[in-house]
Design a protein around this ligand. Structure first.
Ligand code: UD1
Length: 422
């Protein structure tokens, strides 16, 4: 993709129809890392075609794995992995690269991983990853921007209480605990559906994980030799689904998303209904439509099952067109309101005070040049362009490609007047 490529979208449009969501980015990334524990060829289905997955494949290749891809299926052979080092070049492109830390120490007793960069949405420290892994027997040193992990006395089960239900820290501890000697109990664990997906894959490889999806995860350590490769299908992407549902809510719809378990979006669906939308759902689909004015609401992001921070920008957009004033509070990341100033350039009325955004509804937005500040903000700006007056040109779209498979194609299918232009 050229750095100059932009998305051009014509406004005053209505989205309607059906889209199939891809596999969850935040799941697939960790499932690829977990394949290190299988020591052979694991097959993953429903892997999204997005650039973050390309980076994660490169991380695995860099360690010595072979990765073959056929559409949405990926075969990762980790039998010949010899390196334990993940270079800065890859970790700086994507913070989730550090999720190889847990599996590497579980398999080799050591790892060397560049300190992470990633999305510019706050400090995003890794202290909780380290505290959790230390409890399991990992010792860390830092040199030249790299984190070195060693397990001088092997990994042992432990009680790990996380200060905050961090997704990444839960996953790293979980993957390391799979081969630890004895039982590990992770308390205040993250409860995201992607954690459950990871636990299911680890169990399919011979791990003994229970309680995933609740705040207490138990892992009975098994010998590394007893783990084996597996075949696993990635869960649907709830954030992609939520993004298209917001498209239905914004324009009236109806928009139907398929390939998603509605229970993953319980809180988002409640908020859509509170805002005056009609939401219907079946076993693996959700439809959103609206035939009355958007009502204001208050939203607070929280760890799952609370309202997801990854849908905050999309809902801030909805609030900006509601008939009244809404309050959006960001509790998960410390600097995730950059989107507001881009949306303000389109005519939104948003005042930021610390981690609160006061959003006064306006009658309409106007198309202009805007820039994706991160992945979800980029997706929301494109949606804003679909309802704005005139043409919107969204720049810096590499962020969107990190996490949305064929976003333009899927929106086109729903009736958007949209194209990528170099
Ligand atoms: C994951 C998701 C991301 C989502 C986030 C919260 C992936 C690849 N990304 O990110 O899309 O927005 O969960 O649902 O799965 N923190 C610390 N110390 C730590 C770890 C985290 O202070 O050791 C802080 C972070 O700075 C952040 C908060 O805790 O403010 C939540 O982070 P965490 O849940 O770990 O998110 P990620 O796993 O990075």
């Amino acid at each position: 993709m050229s750095e100059k490529e932009i998305i051009v979208v014509e406004g005053n449009n209505v989205l309607s129809g059906e889209v199939r969501v891809s596999g969850a980015k935040n799941s697939a990334l960790k499932l690829i890392a977990a394949s290190l524990l299988g020591q052979g060829a694991s097959t993953l289905h429903n892997v999204p075609l997005i650039s973050d997955i390309v980076v994660m494949s490169e991380v695995l290749e860099c360690l010595g794995a072979t990765v073959e891809r056929d559409g949405h299926t990926m075969v990762i052979d980790t039998a010949q992995v010899t390196s334990r080092e993940t270079p800065y070049e890859l970790v700086s492109k994507m913070r989730a690269s550090i999720s190889v830390l847990g599996p590497l120490v579980a398999r080799f007793g050591q790892a060397r991983v560049a300190m992470p960069g990633g999305c510019q949405i706050g400090a995003r420290k890794i202290d909780m990853h380290l505290v959790g892994l230390e409890a399991l027997g990992v010792e860390f040193t830092v040199d030249h921007g790299y984190l070195n992990a060693h397990t001088p006395n092997g990994l042992h089960g432990a009680d790990v209480t996380l200060e905050f239900p961090s997704v990444g820290a839960t996953e790293n501890c979980l993957m390391a605990a799979v081969t630890a000697h004895g039982t590990t109990c992770i308390e205040n664990a993250a409860r995201e559906p992607e954690i459950v997906d990871l636990a299911n894959m680890l169990n399919a490889m011979g791990g003994k994980v229970s309680g995933a999806g609740s705040s207490i995860i138990q892992v009975e350590g098994v010998p590394l030799e007893s783990l084996h490769p597996c075949e696993h299908t990635t869960v649907g992407d709830r954030i992609e689904a939520g993004t298209f549902l917001v498209g239905g809510a914004l324009t009236g719809g109806p928009v139907t998303v398929r390939g998603i378990d509605p229970s993953y979006l319980h809180m988002a669906i409640m908020k859509l209904r509170a805002m005056g939308c009609c939401v219907e759902a079946g076993e693996d689909w959700i439809t959103c439509s609206r035939n009355q004015p958007l009502q204001p609401t208050d939203i607070q992001t929280l760890p799952h099952p609370g309202f997801p921070t990854d849908l905050q920008a999309q809902f801030m957009l909805l609030c900006s067109l509601a008939h009244g004033t809404s309050m959006v509070t960001e509790n998960v990341f410390e600097n995730r309101f950059m989107f507001a100033s881009e949306l303000a350039r389109m005519g939104a009325d948003i005042t930021i005070e610390d981690h609160h955004a006061l959003v006064r509804g306006v009658n309409d937005l106007q198309g202009t040049d805007v820039s994706s500040t991160d992945l979800r903000a980029g997706a929301a700006l494109v949606l804003a362009g679909i309802v704005a007056e005139g043409e919107t040109r969204v720049h810096n779209i590499k962020h969107i490609d990190r996490g949305y498979e064929d976003y333009v194609g899927k929106l086109d299918l729903l009736g958007a007047d949209i194209e990528r232009v170099t």
